[in-house]
Write a protein that binds this ligand. Structure first.
Ligand SMILES: Nc1nc2c(c(=O)[nH]1)N(C=O)[C@@H](CNc1ccc(C(=O)N[C@@H](CCC(=O)O)C(=O)O)cc1)CN2
Ligand SMILES: Nc1ncnc2c1ncn2[C@@H]1O[C@H](COP(=O)(O)OP(=O)(O)OP(=O)(O)O)[C@@H](O)[C@H]1O
Length: 197
């Protein structure tokens, strides 16, 4: 099997597992297995979350922690040019359906550059490989953010964006295929544990 069909086969298996797990869970609520945010989140940090879809894990416990630290929350939006960007809510706090048909901040939202990104995923492995929906949205968005110049008047390079996968424990898979464009995760948080490859 080549890498492409490999990825697709794994997506099918894990999506089914995720649906079964989600369907059987009486309480969909979960809490963070441990608080390791420490220095990661504080006033002024921009944290990108996402609106969960279907049986995806809900990043709500992480968002609640971030709001407590006075961080700002951003959400992804797939724009008409097919590129995904991150936005914080504008004055109207309106939502729209983006071109991927996901809930997203509306027209007046502000384009932003997150410091920490929570990534939805289909499957992950312990080395930080992430298998998403197959659109390549997150890999392309993070690659584009990395190319932005540092803020004006500073000689200091931007710190790298921290990437945290959010998943149910059943989405773990033995070593996944990794393509050259796949940007690895720094951490994975499940309802059971915090994994740092
Ligand atoms: N909650 C969430 N928001 C997100 C993403 C995501 O994966 N999850 N994305 C990540 O790139 C972007 C949108 N891209 C997407 C690309 C494809 C599909 C899709 O085809 N979904 C299928 C399968 C769902 C399932 O069973 O798991 C579907 O809706 O039928 C959805 C979103 C941005 N926002
Ligand atoms: N940095 C990049 N530049 C150009 N193309 C890219 C980049 N990253 C990914 N792609 C393209 O996106 C396609 C899908 O990639 P992949 O299967 O890894 O998606 P995914 O990470 O599972 O999806 P998603 O992030 O949307 O959930 C690939 O065919 C690849 O060519």
């Amino acid at each position: 099997m080549n890498q492409l069909t490999d990825k697709q086969a794994i997506r099918q298996i894990i999506r089914q597992r995720r649906r079964d797990f989600f369907g059987a869970r009486a309480g969909k609520q979960w809490s963070l297995p441990e608080d390791r945010f420490g220095q990661m989140l504080d006033r002024g940090t921009i944290l990108a979350s996402y609106f969960p879809h279907g049986s995806e894990a809900d990043p709500e416990p992480v968002v609640r922690m971030a709001l407590g630290a006075l961080a700002t929350i951003a959400y992804p939006r797939v724009d008409a040019d097919g590129l995904m960007r991150f936005y914080t809510f504008g004055p109207s706090r309106s939502l729209c359906r983006d071109t991927a048909n996901m809930l997203a901040p509306g027209k007046d939202a502000w384009l932003s550059r997150p410091d920490v990104i929570l990534l939805p995923l289909v499957a992950f492995d312990r080395t930080g490989t992430r298998l998403g929906q197959g659109g390549g949205h997150y890999d392309r968005a993070i690659a584009a953010l990395g190319q932005l110049p540092a803020p004006e008047h500073t000689a200091i390079a931007r710190p790298p964006i921290v990437r945290i996968g959010i998943a149910w424990s059943v989405q773990e898979h033995p070593p996944l295929p990794r393509d050259p464009w796949d940007i690895p995760l720094d951490h994975i948080i499940t309802e059971q544990e915090w994994i740092t490859p």
